[in-house]
Design a protein. Structure first.
Length: 131
């Protein structure tokens, strides 16, 4: 039988779907405080995005603590408990390989704030004024 050719579009859809599934599992674990860690129990953590590698063996997880408080401590706690998260994700998703998880801070909110500040600058408003 001929092997089906996968297009970049179909691969990216699969990567997005698996990434979303990983994000949901991690969010649920953090929301239910199933990780026995004082730092994670004391903070609300949002999993904003998960990017999967093309072979689904690596997952880069972008997280942001509520209000950005104690971001370094939260990241350290997440990285300390990485093995637990990997085991739980592998058990719930039943993928061929257990993805290696890497936690990263989500900088998109900071970038959005910086862009908003630039757009509210009077010099920029003058240039963006109605024609």
């Amino acid at each position: 039988m001929a092997r089906q050719q996968s297009t970049p579009e179909s691969r990216s859809v699969r990567l997005l779907k698996v990434g979303e599934q990983v994000r949901h599992v991690l969010s649920e674990l953090l929301m239910r405080q199933e990780v026995h860690d004082e730092t994670l129990s004391a903070h609300s953590v949002s999993v904003t995005e998960v990017r999967m590698s093309p072979d689904l063996r690596h997952a880069t997880v972008y997280v942001k603590p509520l209000l950005g408080a104690d971001e370094d401590a939260v990241l350290k706690a997440l990285r300390t408990n990485t093995a637990y998260f990997q085991r739980e994700v592998a058990g719930k998703l039943k993928l061929k390989y257990a993805a290696k998880i890497k936690f990263m801070p989500d900088e998109s909110f900071d970038e959005a704030g910086r862009i908003d500040a630039l757009l509210s600058d009077p010099r920029v408003k003058r240039d963006l004024g109605d024609d």
